[in-house]
Design a protein around this ligand. Structure first.
Ligand code: PLP
Length: 425
């Protein structure tokens, strides 16, 4: 092992501000020099098996040659061109392909550069749809406890109040209706009552379908989404599915809305859209939503346009990623991962302080009562040769769909053995 820190690290670390990190006390990040498949190679020579796939993006593993070739070819031809007044093949092909994959009617794709911005655009679409009809009252959203939709301001306002930092930013966040998911008779009654009471102020409902990810890796059944669809229809609200985490096979089907048999009015995509290669977001609306913006009044146009929207490199990566979903047995691999996660994580259920073990698609979760020292636990995983990033009381795995059986066994084995030591009284 080479323990020397590379020069770029020593010279640059003093100038960097890291995500979700208390910079005063945080340990240094791990210096990475290369990725390959499900492996992360560190500057000191160690190799880790990746359990997170870079926040769930690298669904085909790192450095897939097909995506690599598509991006290299696009790089040589046209790395970027503005999307105002100009159009290019990778974006138009991608829009057509996404529309073909999504439920019928979700036909209009607005590209941006990240998940949070895709959510901002979805919320703006919903509010402006009402404004275009002369209704300025309907500007609020119903969102759910346990939800996470991003870190920009409108996105934060629809996150779980604690996770979304509502308290800290209370004065600047739009006030939304944050409620429990209608999971049982009582919560359905509360939800229906709130909608009845506030419908005239509401633009839409936003939810992560089937799996609430960063808010706690919580699963809910499809009936919940059918209830939301019916409620949205009852009051003319827009139903927004944020599939930034669940989309592209992560929850077992290509999109979670398929499994639920529910078509939203707007869907947001990002993360695995490019196979984790380059940032790209998409907000896809039904024709009905799109048509509410068609007008002789210029201001009725959708008022949004990120500089790097529809970046050709990102679109080329996304098209290549969709090729891989067509050519390679990704959903079969997800089913095999699901079975292996169930088998591999089951022994954790018997450990003290383990509250729940749950698996859906390529998402495996061990929920503990609490984790007192997250930093130390993260260190234990690295020492065990895996990259796993627990948060709050949750240890989870979201590996690449191309991970080998042996690598996956090593990941689940590491989770169980590290937690065995960790939870020992
Ligand atoms: N929505 C969901 C469901 C997410 O999981 C995330 C990121 O974790 C986002 C939105 C925000 O995406 P980004 O981090 O690309 O802004």
């Amino acid at each position: 092992m080479n323990s020397a820190r590379p020069q770029w690290f020593t010279r640059g670390i003093e100038h960097i501000w890291l995500p979700y990190t208390q910079m005063k006390t945080a340990p240094e990040p791990l210096a990475v020099v290369r990725t390959d498949g499900s492996r992360i190679l560190l500057a000191d020579g160690r190799e880790l098996i990746d359990g997170i796939a870079s926040w769930w993006t690298a669904c085909h593993g790192y450095n897939h040659p097909h995506i690599h070739a598509a991006v290299a070819e696009q790089l040589a031809r046209m790395p970027h061109i503005m999307f105002g007044g100009l159009a290019h093949e990778p974006a138009l092909t991608l829009a057509r392909r996404l529309a073909a994959l999504l439920p019928t009617g979700l036909d209009r794709v607005f590209f941006c550069d990240s998940g949070s911005v895709a959510v901002e655009v979805a919320m703006k679409m919903a509010v402006q749809l009402w404004l275009n009809q002369g209704n300025s009252q309907r500007s609020r959203f119903v969102a759910f406890r346990g939800g996470y939709h991003g870190d920009t301001f409108a996105a934060m306002s629809v996150c779980d109040p604690e996770e979304g930092m509502h308290g800290l930013f209370a004065k600047v966040l739009p006030q939304q209706l944050i409620v429990d998911l209608p999971l049982d008779a009582l919560s359905r009654q509360t939800f229906d009552g709130l909608l009845e009471r506030y419908a005239k102020e509401l633009a839409g409902i936003i939810v992560e379908p089937l799996v609430q990810g960063a808010g706690g890796m919580l699963f809910h059944p499809p009936q919940v989404l059918r209830h939301l669809r019916a409620a949205a229809d009852r009051y003319g609200l827009l139903l927004i599915f944020d599939e930034i985490f669940t989309g592209f096979g992560r929850s077992g089907t290509l999109f979670a809305c398929e499994a639920a048999g529910v078509r939203p009015d707007i869907i947001t995509l990002s993360k695995a859209l490019t196979g984790g290669t380059i940032g790209l977001g998409a907000t896809v609306a039904t024709n009905q939503v799109f048509e509410a913006f068609l007008s002789d009044v210029p201001d009725h146009a959708l008022m949004h346009g990120p500089t790097f929207m529809a970046n050709p490199l990102a679109c080329a990566a996304a098209n290549a990623s969709l090729d891989l979903f067509e050519r390679e047995p990704r959903l079969g691999q997800v089913a095999a991962i699901e079975a292996a996660l169930v088998r591999g994580l089951e022994p954790a259920r018997a450990l003290p302080h383990v509250r729940d073990v749950r698996v859906k698609g390529a998402i495996g979760v061990v929920e503990l009562d609490r984790i007192d020292d997250l930093r130390a636990l993260k260190r234990c995983f690295v020492e065990a040769g895996v990259f796993v990033r627990p948060f709050r009381n949750i240890v989870y795995l979201t590996p690449a769909f191309t991970i080998s059986e042996e690598e996956l066994n090593r990941l689940t084995g590491a989770v169980v053995s590290v937690l065995e030591k960790w939870t020992r009284p």
